[in-house]
Every structure is written in C-alpha cells, then in structure tokens.
Write a protein that binds this ligand. Structure first.
Ligand code: NAP
Length: 308
C-alpha cells in the first residue's frame, strides 16, 4: 500500500489547519508569520522552499524568505537572527540547513529564540522533545509520525529502525517512536552491515540522503517503509529507498516525491500556529499547557482547538 503524503496533507489541511486558521483570524485578527533564512544554494533546500511557499499561500500564514549569498559571514547571520528575534511580527524563524562550512550550525541554531525556533532544534526545545514533553518538535519527524498514525500503523511494541541520526530527522523520529512505545534501533554510517539491522525492522524510516540505499533483500516482506530522503539523480527527485524495486514486496511504502515531504510542510505550518498561539497566551501558563498538549497530538481528528 502506498502511503500518500499528498492525500494526508489535503486532509490535515482541511480538518486541522484551516479550522485553526479560522479561530486565529476570528480571535486575534493577526497573521502568523514565518521567516526563512537561506544561505547559499542547496538543491534539496530549494525544493523544500518551493513546496513550502506554495502550501503556505493557501493558509492564514505569511511566509518571507531571505536569500543570503554563500559568502555571508556567521556574524552577519547572527545579527539578522537577533533582529528577527526582536521583531514582534515574526512568529517563527527557520534557518535552512545545511549551512555553508564556514558557519557553526549549533551556534546559529542556538541563537534563535526558543519560542520562534520553528524547527525545534534549539537546546530548550531538544530538551522538551527528548523528554517527550510537547513543544516545538522538528517538522519532518512530526510528519513521519503523522503519516504512520494516519494509516493506523501499529507502533506499540513494534521494532522501528531509523537509518540516520541527525538532530533534524533521525533523532527526533526515534524519540517520537519511543514515545509511541516502539522499540527503536538507530543506524548510521558506521552500522555494518546495514541490512543486519534493516531486516529486523517492522517499521523502517530512511533518513540518509543516499539514493537506492534501501533495496530488495534488506527488509522483511511486511515492513512499513517511510522514506525521508531527498536526492537528485540525473535531475530526478528520489528518496533513499529503491521504490520500484520494493513497492510490490512490502506492506506500506511512502514515495518520493509525494510522501514525507508534504507531511513535513503540514507539520511546519502546525508548528507556526503553535508558536503564534503560545505567544498570544503570553503569561497564562495553563493555557500554554493546554495548547501544547493539543498540538502534541499529530492526528488529523478534525476537532477544534479546545484551548482558545
Ligand atoms: P544528514 O545530517 O546528512 O544525516 C544523514 C545521516 O545518514 C547521518 O546520521 C549519517 O551517519 C547517515 N548515513 C550516511 N550514510 C549512511 C549509510 N551508508 N548507511 C547508513 N547511514 C548513513 O542528513 P539529514 O539532514 O538528516 O537528512 C537526511 C535526508 O532527509 C536527506 O536526504 C535530506 O535532504 C532529507 N530531508 C527530507 C526532509 C523531508 O521533509 N522529506 C526534511 C529534511 C531532510 P553519520 O551520523 O554516521 O554520519
């Protein structure tokens, strides 16, 4: 069965994002705003930006993109982030990774204010998601879980193997799967042979960035495959999983494009609405807790936010 990220995205938008936008419009008469900062050119980042812009255009959110040249210094970038941290009209700041080699990614991410860290990567947010307390969580990881939930794939007690251990995808996916009571194995470039681990997986999440990495013979027949990889080969977009090789031999498989990408964009929008609502809740800690808990449930149930 194909895990259709576009169909999920449509449903999540209609049932969750649009109703939440209506509440925001009616109650606050303000527009949540995302600021994306891109330094230099990266084909995967470009593709992600285009998809995101198209998606946001149909929602109650404003999305600005600041494209900086490759030669931008770290100091210049930190100054820009500082200004945006203090700009009341901006609710979320997304610095697109990877950054050029001359920049310290950790330092840059740490400079984003906790409440505007829409990718959930600053230390305070990482502390929250590793402890399973709801807050801003990396959107791709939320998207993977949302797809698994949408297709009602059992996670409790299942063996999930996550290939990739980055802070933006592999590790948060692993933590969210743990939160759902899966038993989780994380693989990386030194996990040899990789197939020894992938063959054990009930659920396999590939988040590497190597085309055709996961092929026939590396997985069980009833595996659920979620492909997060974004690769370009001869100008063609593809994931880490050899889709044509495996699509008839597994239980579920998500394609690239049309799988994890659209789910990520939905969850990014959801994070932006969360950041906006938390800001409006200001000093009301109970309201903030209610909003956080509501957003921690990534299922498209279609209910109205009960908190506001
Ligand atoms: P990353 O930071 O480069 O991490 C890649 C991970 O893969 C690392 O942990 C690395 O291991 C591991 N790895 C590399 N080669 C391997 C191999 N041969 N076998 C097993 N593991 C291997 O990349 P990322 O930012 O996590 O992104 C991963 C992929 O997801 C990329 O294609 C990216 O474009 C894509 N992505 C997609 C979305 C989406 O919405 N669909 C969002 C973000 C990223 P080490 O740690 O040992 O180096």
């Amino acid at each position: 069965m194909i895990i259709d990220g576009r169909k999920f995205s449509q449903e999540y938008t209609d049932k969750v994002l649009k109703p939440r936008c209506e509440v925001i419009k009616g109650k606050y008469n303000k527009t949540p705003k995302l600021s994306t900062i891109l330094v230099g050119k990266d084909p995967a980042s470009e593709s992600y930006r285009r998809i995101r812009e198209k998606f946001f255009a149909n929602l109650c959110v404003k999305s600005d993109v600041l494209q900086l040249p490759e030669e931008t210094t770290e100091e210049e970038l930190l100054e820009i982030i500082d200004k945006q941290n203090n700009d009341d009209s901006i609710n979320g700041i997304l610095v697109q990774l990877p950054l050029p080699k001359h920049m310290d990614e950790d330092k840059v991410i740490e400079s984003i204010s906790l409440n505007k860290d829409i990718e959930g990567l600053s230390p305070g947010n990482v502390h929250a998601w590793t402890k399973s307390s709801p807050n801003l969580i990396p959107a791709t990881a939320l998207g993977v879980l949302a797809l698994l939930k949408h297709y009602k794939i059992p996670l409790h007690g299942k063996h999930a193997v996550v290939v990739g251990r980055s802070m933006i995808v592999g590790k948060p996916v692993a933590h969210l799967l743990l939160r759902e009571h899966a038993t989780v194995t994380i693989c990386h470039s030194r996990s040899k042979p990789l197939e020894k681990y992938t063959r054990e997986a009930d659920i396999l999440v590939a988040a590497v960035g190597r085309p055709h990495l996961i092929r026939k013979g590396m997985v069980k027949e009833d595996v659920v495959l979620i492909d997060v990889g974004v690769n370009f080969e001869d100008g063609k977009l593809m994931g880490d999983v050899d889709f044509d090789d495996l699509k008839d031999d597994v239980a579920y498989i998500s394609p690239v494009p049309g799988g994890s990408g659209p789910a990520t964009v939905c969850m990014l929008a959801s994070n932006l609405l969360l950041a906006f609502e938390l800001k409006q809740a200001k000093d009301d800690l109970n309201l903030q807790k209610c909003i956080r808990e509501y957003y921690a449930d990534y299922e498209a149930k279609g209910d109205k936010n009960p908190c506001i």
